[in-house]
Design a protein around this ligand. Structure first.
Ligand code: CA
Ligand code: CA
Length: 447
Protein backbone atom coordinates (compact mmCIF):
# COMPACT_ATOMS: atom_id res chain seq x y z
CA UNK A 1 0.00 0.00 0.00
CA UNK A 2 1.25 3.39 -0.92
CA UNK A 3 1.49 5.93 1.86
CA UNK A 4 -0.85 8.83 1.37
CA UNK A 5 0.57 11.74 -0.55
CA UNK A 6 -2.46 13.83 0.24
CA UNK A 7 -2.33 14.62 3.90
CA UNK A 8 -5.37 16.51 4.98
CA UNK A 9 -6.42 18.12 8.17
CA UNK A 10 -9.66 16.44 9.16
CA UNK A 11 -12.37 18.35 10.99
CA UNK A 12 -12.45 17.69 14.72
CA UNK A 13 -15.64 15.67 14.45
CA UNK A 14 -14.06 13.27 12.01
CA UNK A 15 -10.99 12.82 14.17
CA UNK A 16 -13.20 11.77 17.03
CA UNK A 17 -15.10 9.41 14.76
CA UNK A 18 -11.86 7.86 13.57
CA UNK A 19 -10.56 7.49 17.10
CA UNK A 20 -13.78 5.71 17.94
CA UNK A 21 -13.29 3.17 15.16
CA UNK A 22 -9.66 2.60 16.07
CA UNK A 23 -8.49 3.69 12.61
CA UNK A 24 -5.86 6.08 13.89
CA UNK A 25 -2.41 4.64 13.43
CA UNK A 26 1.09 5.62 14.40
CA UNK A 27 1.27 7.45 11.10
CA UNK A 28 -0.72 10.22 12.74
CA UNK A 29 -4.21 11.64 12.70
CA UNK A 30 -4.26 13.36 9.36
CA UNK A 31 -2.11 10.85 7.53
CA UNK A 32 -4.28 7.95 6.52
CA UNK A 33 -3.49 5.32 3.92
CA UNK A 34 -5.26 5.78 0.61
CA UNK A 35 -7.93 3.13 1.11
CA UNK A 36 -8.95 4.55 4.47
CA UNK A 37 -9.25 8.03 3.04
CA UNK A 38 -11.46 6.70 0.29
CA UNK A 39 -13.58 5.00 2.93
CA UNK A 40 -13.75 8.15 5.01
CA UNK A 41 -15.86 9.75 2.26
CA UNK A 42 -16.46 12.98 4.15
CA UNK A 43 -13.06 14.51 3.38
CA UNK A 44 -13.76 17.89 1.83
CA UNK A 45 -12.07 17.89 -1.53
CA UNK A 46 -12.65 21.59 -2.11
CA UNK A 47 -10.83 22.63 1.06
CA UNK A 48 -7.85 20.31 0.68
CA UNK A 49 -4.42 21.86 0.38
CA UNK A 50 -1.25 20.31 -0.94
CA UNK A 51 0.39 17.95 1.56
CA UNK A 52 3.74 18.74 3.14
CA UNK A 53 6.70 17.72 0.97
CA UNK A 54 4.43 16.91 -1.98
CA UNK A 55 6.66 18.26 -4.72
CA UNK A 56 7.99 21.70 -5.49
CA UNK A 57 4.63 23.43 -4.89
CA UNK A 58 4.86 22.44 -1.20
CA UNK A 59 7.98 24.49 -0.59
CA UNK A 60 7.97 27.83 1.21
CA UNK A 61 4.44 28.96 1.97
CA UNK A 62 3.03 25.82 0.35
CA UNK A 63 -0.09 25.63 -1.78
CA UNK A 64 -3.48 26.02 -0.16
CA UNK A 65 -5.47 27.55 -3.04
CA UNK A 66 -8.84 28.81 -1.86
CA UNK A 67 -8.83 26.84 1.40
CA UNK A 68 -9.57 29.99 3.43
CA UNK A 69 -12.51 31.10 1.26
CA UNK A 70 -15.52 32.57 3.03
CA UNK A 71 -19.08 31.49 2.09
CA UNK A 72 -19.41 34.30 -0.46
CA UNK A 73 -16.36 33.02 -2.31
CA UNK A 74 -17.30 29.34 -2.31
CA UNK A 75 -19.24 29.09 -5.53
CA UNK A 76 -20.62 26.25 -7.65
CA UNK A 77 -20.70 26.91 -11.39
CA UNK A 78 -22.24 25.10 -14.35
CA UNK A 79 -21.60 27.47 -17.28
CA UNK A 80 -18.76 29.52 -18.72
CA UNK A 81 -20.47 32.75 -17.74
CA UNK A 82 -20.86 31.57 -14.13
CA UNK A 83 -17.26 30.39 -14.04
CA UNK A 84 -15.89 33.72 -15.27
CA UNK A 85 -18.13 35.66 -12.90
CA UNK A 86 -17.04 33.55 -9.93
CA UNK A 87 -13.38 34.02 -10.78
CA UNK A 88 -13.87 37.81 -10.84
CA UNK A 89 -16.18 38.17 -7.84
CA UNK A 90 -14.91 40.39 -5.03
CA UNK A 91 -11.36 41.56 -4.58
CA UNK A 92 -8.74 39.90 -6.76
CA UNK A 93 -6.68 37.61 -4.56
CA UNK A 94 -9.48 36.89 -2.09
CA UNK A 95 -9.37 33.16 -1.34
CA UNK A 96 -11.98 31.46 -3.50
CA UNK A 97 -13.27 27.98 -4.18
CA UNK A 98 -14.87 27.32 -7.54
CA UNK A 99 -16.74 24.03 -7.76
CA UNK A 100 -17.37 23.00 -11.36
CA UNK A 101 -20.46 20.87 -11.73
CA UNK A 102 -20.66 18.97 -15.04
CA UNK A 103 -19.01 19.92 -18.29
CA UNK A 104 -18.65 23.59 -19.21
CA UNK A 105 -18.42 24.60 -22.87
CA UNK A 106 -15.99 27.53 -23.10
CA UNK A 107 -17.19 28.40 -26.61
CA UNK A 108 -20.43 29.98 -25.43
CA UNK A 109 -21.79 33.49 -25.16
CA UNK A 110 -22.94 35.12 -21.95
CA UNK A 111 -26.38 33.56 -22.38
CA UNK A 112 -24.84 30.10 -22.72
CA UNK A 113 -25.44 29.78 -26.44
CA UNK A 114 -22.75 27.75 -28.24
CA UNK A 115 -20.43 29.74 -30.50
CA UNK A 116 -18.94 28.23 -33.65
CA UNK A 117 -15.80 29.22 -35.53
CA UNK A 118 -18.07 30.92 -38.07
CA UNK A 119 -19.62 33.00 -35.27
CA UNK A 120 -16.20 34.33 -34.27
CA UNK A 121 -15.29 35.09 -37.89
CA UNK A 122 -18.56 36.91 -38.60
CA UNK A 123 -17.96 40.54 -39.53
CA UNK A 124 -14.16 40.23 -39.61
CA UNK A 125 -13.94 39.40 -43.32
CA UNK A 126 -11.94 36.26 -42.58
CA UNK A 127 -12.47 33.16 -44.61
CA UNK A 128 -10.21 30.15 -44.68
CA UNK A 129 -10.53 29.91 -48.47
CA UNK A 130 -9.41 33.52 -48.91
CA UNK A 131 -6.62 33.08 -46.37
CA UNK A 132 -5.32 29.98 -48.15
CA UNK A 133 -5.42 31.81 -51.47
CA UNK A 134 -3.56 34.84 -50.12
CA UNK A 135 -0.66 33.06 -48.45
CA UNK A 136 -0.17 30.04 -50.70
CA UNK A 137 3.62 29.71 -50.90
CA UNK A 138 3.36 29.67 -54.71
CA UNK A 139 1.84 33.15 -54.51
CA UNK A 140 3.14 34.69 -51.27
CA UNK A 141 6.50 32.96 -51.20
CA UNK A 142 8.22 31.68 -48.09
CA UNK A 143 10.41 34.57 -47.05
CA UNK A 144 7.97 36.74 -45.12
CA UNK A 145 5.20 36.24 -42.56
CA UNK A 146 1.58 36.64 -43.68
CA UNK A 147 0.37 40.22 -43.51
CA UNK A 148 -2.45 42.25 -45.05
CA UNK A 149 -6.24 42.01 -45.06
CA UNK A 150 -6.71 38.28 -44.52
CA UNK A 151 -4.06 38.00 -41.81
CA UNK A 152 -5.57 41.01 -40.00
CA UNK A 153 -9.02 39.44 -40.30
CA UNK A 154 -7.69 36.13 -38.97
CA UNK A 155 -6.13 37.88 -35.98
CA UNK A 156 -9.36 39.74 -35.28
CA UNK A 157 -11.41 36.54 -35.37
CA UNK A 158 -8.84 34.79 -33.18
CA UNK A 159 -9.01 37.61 -30.64
CA UNK A 160 -12.78 37.13 -30.44
CA UNK A 161 -12.37 33.46 -29.68
CA UNK A 162 -9.58 34.19 -27.16
CA UNK A 163 -11.91 36.50 -25.27
CA UNK A 164 -14.32 33.57 -24.82
CA UNK A 165 -12.05 30.59 -24.21
CA UNK A 166 -9.23 32.25 -22.25
CA UNK A 167 -10.24 32.19 -18.58
CA UNK A 168 -7.98 34.01 -16.11
CA UNK A 169 -7.46 32.47 -12.67
CA UNK A 170 -6.55 34.83 -9.81
CA UNK A 171 -4.29 34.08 -6.81
CA UNK A 172 -5.51 31.98 -3.88
CA UNK A 173 -8.00 29.97 -5.93
CA UNK A 174 -9.07 26.34 -5.92
CA UNK A 175 -10.96 25.12 -8.98
CA UNK A 176 -12.29 21.65 -8.36
CA UNK A 177 -14.65 19.34 -10.20
CA UNK A 178 -17.67 18.19 -8.19
CA UNK A 179 -17.28 14.41 -7.88
CA UNK A 180 -19.69 12.29 -9.86
CA UNK A 181 -20.60 15.02 -12.37
CA UNK A 182 -18.01 14.41 -15.15
CA UNK A 183 -16.78 17.91 -14.34
CA UNK A 184 -14.56 19.75 -16.75
CA UNK A 185 -14.14 22.35 -19.44
CA UNK A 186 -14.47 21.72 -23.17
CA UNK A 187 -12.51 24.03 -25.44
CA UNK A 188 -11.24 26.27 -22.63
CA UNK A 189 -7.85 27.63 -21.68
CA UNK A 190 -7.24 28.37 -18.02
CA UNK A 191 -4.75 31.24 -17.78
CA UNK A 192 -2.73 31.08 -14.59
CA UNK A 193 -0.59 34.14 -15.13
CA UNK A 194 1.54 36.10 -12.66
CA UNK A 195 -0.43 34.72 -9.74
CA UNK A 196 0.40 32.63 -6.68
CA UNK A 197 -1.28 29.75 -4.88
CA UNK A 198 -3.65 27.98 -7.28
CA UNK A 199 -5.10 24.46 -7.10
CA UNK A 200 -6.74 22.75 -10.10
CA UNK A 201 -8.25 19.33 -9.37
CA UNK A 202 -10.61 16.69 -10.65
CA UNK A 203 -11.38 18.30 -14.00
CA UNK A 204 -11.40 17.02 -17.57
CA UNK A 205 -9.97 19.42 -20.13
CA UNK A 206 -11.16 18.34 -23.56
CA UNK A 207 -10.42 19.53 -27.08
CA UNK A 208 -9.06 23.00 -26.48
CA UNK A 209 -8.98 24.09 -30.11
CA UNK A 210 -8.02 27.20 -32.06
CA UNK A 211 -10.46 28.07 -34.86
CA UNK A 212 -7.86 30.26 -36.54
CA UNK A 213 -4.41 28.68 -36.88
CA UNK A 214 -1.75 30.95 -38.34
CA UNK A 215 0.53 30.02 -41.21
CA UNK A 216 4.24 30.50 -40.49
CA UNK A 217 6.20 29.85 -43.69
CA UNK A 218 9.49 30.08 -41.80
CA UNK A 219 8.73 27.54 -39.06
CA UNK A 220 10.93 24.61 -40.08
CA UNK A 221 11.93 23.89 -43.64
CA UNK A 222 8.38 23.52 -44.93
CA UNK A 223 6.46 25.97 -42.75
CA UNK A 224 3.87 25.14 -40.11
CA UNK A 225 0.36 25.92 -38.98
CA UNK A 226 0.45 27.12 -35.37
CA UNK A 227 -2.40 27.53 -32.96
CA UNK A 228 -3.02 29.15 -29.58
CA UNK A 229 -4.59 27.94 -26.32
CA UNK A 230 -3.20 25.35 -23.97
CA UNK A 231 -5.88 23.69 -21.83
CA UNK A 232 -3.98 25.12 -18.85
CA UNK A 233 -1.27 27.77 -19.22
CA UNK A 234 1.07 28.78 -16.40
CA UNK A 235 3.06 31.94 -17.04
CA UNK A 236 4.95 33.57 -14.22
CA UNK A 237 2.83 31.50 -11.83
CA UNK A 238 4.05 30.20 -8.46
CA UNK A 239 2.73 27.57 -6.05
CA UNK A 240 0.44 25.74 -8.43
CA UNK A 241 -0.89 22.23 -7.84
CA UNK A 242 -2.57 20.46 -10.77
CA UNK A 243 -3.90 17.15 -9.51
CA UNK A 244 -6.17 14.35 -10.73
CA UNK A 245 -7.15 16.06 -13.97
CA UNK A 246 -7.56 14.55 -17.43
CA UNK A 247 -6.34 16.23 -20.61
CA UNK A 248 -7.41 15.03 -24.05
CA UNK A 249 -7.99 16.18 -27.63
CA UNK A 250 -11.04 13.91 -27.78
CA UNK A 251 -13.38 14.08 -29.61
CA UNK A 252 -11.35 16.02 -32.21
CA UNK A 253 -8.22 13.96 -32.86
CA UNK A 254 -5.36 15.41 -34.88
CA UNK A 255 -5.83 12.64 -37.46
CA UNK A 256 -8.92 14.53 -38.62
CA UNK A 257 -6.97 17.75 -39.21
CA UNK A 258 -6.74 18.62 -42.92
CA UNK A 259 -3.45 19.50 -44.58
CA UNK A 260 -2.90 22.80 -46.33
CA UNK A 261 0.25 23.71 -48.26
CA UNK A 262 1.29 20.13 -47.52
CA UNK A 263 1.36 20.71 -43.75
CA UNK A 264 -0.98 19.62 -40.98
CA UNK A 265 -3.54 22.28 -40.08
CA UNK A 266 -2.83 21.96 -36.35
CA UNK A 267 -5.64 23.27 -34.17
CA UNK A 268 -4.30 22.18 -30.77
CA UNK A 269 -1.50 23.72 -28.75
CA UNK A 270 -0.22 22.47 -25.35
CA UNK A 271 -2.14 20.52 -22.73
CA UNK A 272 -0.39 22.02 -19.68
CA UNK A 273 2.38 24.50 -20.41
CA UNK A 274 4.55 25.91 -17.60
CA UNK A 275 6.58 28.86 -18.83
CA UNK A 276 7.81 32.43 -18.36
CA UNK A 277 9.55 32.01 -15.00
CA UNK A 278 6.80 29.92 -13.44
CA UNK A 279 8.07 28.21 -10.30
CA UNK A 280 7.15 25.76 -7.54
CA UNK A 281 4.66 23.61 -9.40
CA UNK A 282 3.40 20.11 -8.57
CA UNK A 283 1.64 18.11 -11.28
CA UNK A 284 0.31 14.86 -9.79
CA UNK A 285 -2.06 12.04 -10.71
CA UNK A 286 -3.12 13.58 -14.02
CA UNK A 287 -3.96 11.63 -17.16
CA UNK A 288 -2.69 13.00 -20.45
CA UNK A 289 -4.09 11.22 -23.51
CA UNK A 290 -4.32 11.67 -27.26
CA UNK A 291 -2.33 14.83 -27.73
CA UNK A 292 0.75 16.04 -29.61
CA UNK A 293 2.61 18.90 -27.85
CA UNK A 294 1.74 17.99 -24.29
CA UNK A 295 3.80 19.95 -21.79
CA UNK A 296 6.38 22.70 -22.16
CA UNK A 297 8.45 23.56 -19.13
CA UNK A 298 10.09 26.77 -20.30
CA UNK A 299 9.18 28.52 -23.53
CA UNK A 300 12.69 29.58 -24.52
CA UNK A 301 16.28 28.77 -23.65
CA UNK A 302 16.36 32.09 -21.73
CA UNK A 303 13.45 31.23 -19.45
CA UNK A 304 14.15 31.14 -15.69
CA UNK A 305 13.15 29.38 -12.44
CA UNK A 306 10.89 26.46 -13.49
CA UNK A 307 11.11 24.15 -10.49
CA UNK A 308 8.46 21.53 -11.26
CA UNK A 309 7.53 18.11 -9.88
CA UNK A 310 5.63 15.57 -11.98
CA UNK A 311 4.56 12.43 -10.17
CA UNK A 312 2.02 9.66 -10.63
CA UNK A 313 0.87 10.99 -14.00
CA UNK A 314 -0.13 8.81 -16.95
CA UNK A 315 0.84 9.66 -20.53
CA UNK A 316 -0.94 7.64 -23.24
CA UNK A 317 -1.24 8.44 -26.93
CA UNK A 318 1.20 11.33 -26.51
CA UNK A 319 3.40 12.32 -29.45
CA UNK A 320 5.97 14.50 -27.68
CA UNK A 321 6.82 16.94 -24.85
CA UNK A 322 6.01 14.83 -21.81
CA UNK A 323 7.56 17.18 -20.92
CA UNK A 324 9.93 19.27 -23.04
CA UNK A 325 11.90 20.85 -20.20
CA UNK A 326 14.35 23.73 -20.17
CA UNK A 327 16.45 25.53 -17.60
CA UNK A 328 14.85 24.42 -14.31
CA UNK A 329 15.02 21.69 -11.70
CA UNK A 330 12.45 19.09 -12.66
CA UNK A 331 11.58 16.03 -10.59
CA UNK A 332 9.85 13.17 -12.39
CA UNK A 333 8.84 10.22 -10.28
CA UNK A 334 6.42 7.33 -10.49
CA UNK A 335 4.93 8.38 -13.81
CA UNK A 336 3.70 5.91 -16.43
CA UNK A 337 4.52 6.60 -20.06
CA UNK A 338 2.73 4.32 -22.52
CA UNK A 339 4.23 4.73 -26.00
CA UNK A 340 1.55 2.66 -27.72
CA UNK A 341 0.02 4.62 -30.62
CA UNK A 342 -3.67 5.31 -30.20
CA UNK A 343 -6.31 7.27 -32.06
CA UNK A 344 -3.69 8.24 -34.64
CA UNK A 345 -1.20 9.69 -32.13
CA UNK A 346 2.17 8.01 -32.69
CA UNK A 347 4.93 8.42 -30.11
CA UNK A 348 7.94 10.51 -31.09
CA UNK A 349 9.73 10.83 -27.71
CA UNK A 350 8.69 11.32 -24.09
CA UNK A 351 11.07 13.60 -22.17
CA UNK A 352 13.16 16.29 -23.85
CA UNK A 353 16.03 17.77 -21.78
CA UNK A 354 17.19 21.12 -23.12
CA UNK A 355 18.83 24.42 -22.21
CA UNK A 356 20.69 23.13 -19.18
CA UNK A 357 17.64 21.66 -17.46
CA UNK A 358 18.43 19.38 -14.51
CA UNK A 359 15.92 16.54 -14.43
CA UNK A 360 15.85 13.86 -11.76
CA UNK A 361 13.81 10.89 -12.97
CA UNK A 362 13.10 8.19 -10.40
CA UNK A 363 11.13 4.99 -10.66
CA UNK A 364 9.09 5.83 -13.74
CA UNK A 365 7.63 3.13 -15.98
CA UNK A 366 7.72 3.11 -19.76
CA UNK A 367 5.51 0.75 -21.71
CA UNK A 368 7.45 0.35 -24.95
CA UNK A 369 5.28 -0.43 -27.96
CA UNK A 370 6.60 -2.88 -30.52
CA UNK A 371 8.56 -0.97 -33.11
CA UNK A 372 9.67 1.67 -30.58
CA UNK A 373 13.12 1.59 -28.98
CA UNK A 374 14.30 2.49 -25.50
CA UNK A 375 16.74 4.93 -27.14
CA UNK A 376 13.73 6.96 -28.35
CA UNK A 377 12.27 7.76 -24.94
CA UNK A 378 14.51 10.71 -24.14
CA UNK A 379 15.59 13.58 -26.34
CA UNK A 380 17.86 16.56 -25.87
CA UNK A 381 19.91 19.39 -27.31
CA UNK A 382 23.17 18.24 -25.70
CA UNK A 383 22.96 20.58 -22.68
CA UNK A 384 20.25 19.03 -20.50
CA UNK A 385 20.75 16.47 -17.75
CA UNK A 386 18.67 13.48 -16.63
CA UNK A 387 19.78 11.86 -13.38
CA UNK A 388 18.06 9.31 -11.18
CA UNK A 389 17.49 5.59 -11.18
CA UNK A 390 14.87 2.87 -10.99
CA UNK A 391 13.28 3.70 -14.34
CA UNK A 392 11.75 0.69 -16.02
CA UNK A 393 11.10 -0.19 -19.63
CA UNK A 394 8.52 -2.96 -19.90
CA UNK A 395 9.34 -4.00 -16.35
CA UNK A 396 13.14 -4.06 -16.62
CA UNK A 397 15.20 -1.41 -14.87
CA UNK A 398 16.92 0.49 -17.66
CA UNK A 399 19.55 3.25 -17.78
CA UNK A 400 17.65 5.45 -20.19
CA UNK A 401 20.45 7.95 -20.64
CA UNK A 402 23.03 5.29 -21.46
CA UNK A 403 20.70 3.75 -24.02
CA UNK A 404 19.92 7.17 -25.49
CA UNK A 405 23.52 8.30 -25.62
CA UNK A 406 24.67 5.10 -27.31
CA UNK A 407 22.29 5.80 -30.19
CA UNK A 408 22.23 9.59 -30.49
CA UNK A 409 24.86 12.24 -31.22
CA UNK A 410 23.33 14.83 -28.86
CA UNK A 411 24.24 13.36 -25.49
CA UNK A 412 22.21 13.81 -22.32
CA UNK A 413 24.21 14.61 -19.19
CA UNK A 414 23.74 12.69 -15.96
CA UNK A 415 25.03 15.10 -13.30
CA UNK A 416 22.65 17.51 -11.58
CA UNK A 417 23.49 20.02 -8.85
CA UNK A 418 20.42 19.47 -6.70
CA UNK A 419 18.86 16.67 -4.72
CA UNK A 420 15.07 16.27 -4.52
CA UNK A 421 13.80 16.61 -0.96
CA UNK A 422 10.07 17.07 -1.68
CA UNK A 423 8.93 13.66 -2.82
CA UNK A 424 5.99 12.57 -0.68
CA UNK A 425 4.56 9.24 -1.72
CA UNK A 426 7.64 8.24 -3.73
CA UNK A 427 7.27 4.52 -4.49
CA UNK A 428 10.53 2.61 -4.45
CA UNK A 429 9.65 0.48 -7.45
CA UNK A 430 7.94 1.38 -10.71
CA UNK A 431 6.83 -2.18 -11.33
CA UNK A 432 3.18 -1.79 -10.39
CA UNK A 433 2.57 1.69 -11.78
CA UNK A 434 0.75 0.75 -15.01
CA UNK A 435 -1.87 -1.20 -13.09
CA UNK A 436 -2.12 1.03 -10.06
CA UNK A 437 -2.22 4.35 -11.92
CA UNK A 438 -4.90 3.03 -14.26
CA UNK A 439 -7.19 3.23 -11.25
CA UNK A 440 -5.64 6.21 -9.44
CA UNK A 441 -4.84 8.89 -12.05
CA UNK A 442 -7.08 11.33 -13.85
CA UNK A 443 -10.37 13.06 -13.22
CA UNK A 444 -13.31 11.20 -11.76
CA UNK A 445 -11.17 9.27 -9.27
CA UNK A 446 -11.49 11.63 -6.31
CA UNK A 447 -14.63 11.40 -4.27
CA1 CA B 1 1.47 27.56 -30.27
CA1 CA C 1 1.50 26.88 -25.35
Amino acid sequence: MTPSSHRRRLPARRRVALLGTGLVTAAGLGFLPFAMRADAGAVDLAHAGLAAKDGWASSGSGTTGGQAADKAHDITVTTRAELVKALRAGPSGAPRIIRVRGRINANTDDQGRPLTCADYAKGTGYSLAAYLKAYDPSVWGRSKQPSGAQESARAAAQARQAERVGIAVPSNTTIVGVPGTDAGINGGSLLVQKVDNVIIRNLTFADTRDCFPQWDPKDGSEGNWNSNYDAVTLRGATHVWADHNSFTDSPHFDASNPRYYGREYQVHDGALDITNASDLVTVSYNRFTDHDKTMLIGSSDKDTKLRVTLHHNVFQGIVQRAPLARVGQVHLYNNHFDTTARNGYAHSYSVNARAGVQIVGQNNFWTLASGRKASQLLSGDGTGAFAGSGNMVNGAVTDLVAVHNAANSKKIKTAVAWKPALSAGLESSAANLPASLAARAGSGVLK
